[in-house]
Write a protein that binds this ligand. Sequence first.
Ligand SMILES: [Zn+2]
Length: 263
Amino acid sequence: MPLTVQKTYLTNNDCYRAGRSLSVQGLMLHSVGCAQPSATAFVRTWNQPGVKACVHGFIDANTGTVYQTLPWTRRGWHAGGSANNTHIGVEMCEPATLHYTTGAHFVDQNPAATQAAVTRTYEAAVALFAQLCRAFSLDPQKDGVILSHREGHQRGIASNHGDPEHLWAGFGLTMDSFRQAVYTALQPQTPPAGKPAVPFLGQVTADALHIRSGPSTDTPIVDTIRDYGVYTIVETAPGPGASRWGKLKSGAGWVSLDYITPV
Ligand SMILES: [Zn+2]
């Protein structure tokens, strides 16, 4: 299932307003630690002054949709430690079937429904982290690049939290399996060169991908894609400036397929 990312920046949050920049060296995965599946509920409550935390995104537990709450290159307040200077922080929401008692302890009131939600957010996080690894040229298997909040604490770069392993442990999920899944998601599924069958769905892997009026860098730029979105390519052609060009279904123009990965 393609990843959906909606931008809902927390423009009233003090962290957003502080506006410090982040040189992205890694990605930190969190789980919210309370039974709130709705990402928009967090967006609402965090989008105001006086909130002492801010992350780059929330993954909704009901839909798997990512709500991006900070620009990726803005420094967040998610780790409670120096990882804020190096890592993007993303929270997975947790299903309403959990009943937290104390700290990281909970009673699972419907294990099947919980598992479905945990699997959904895990898979969305894999897709998102793969996309971010592409965007920021990160190696998911390099030591320290992808960390959980818990692992960050073990390294002395994050506060003392146990997420998301406190939730994953009951479902056989680990950070090692997560990193492996991100690595696998990054492997090309179809050769980028040659002539892919059209139409196909492709995900943008560049920060800013120019749309040109024709299949060549000699033609004018008519627009720029900045959302890492998934687009339908209806025709491909060779041309200067790219190993191959793809025509957007929308009719907006042509893009370099060097920055499009079939999904
Ligand atoms: Zn956390």
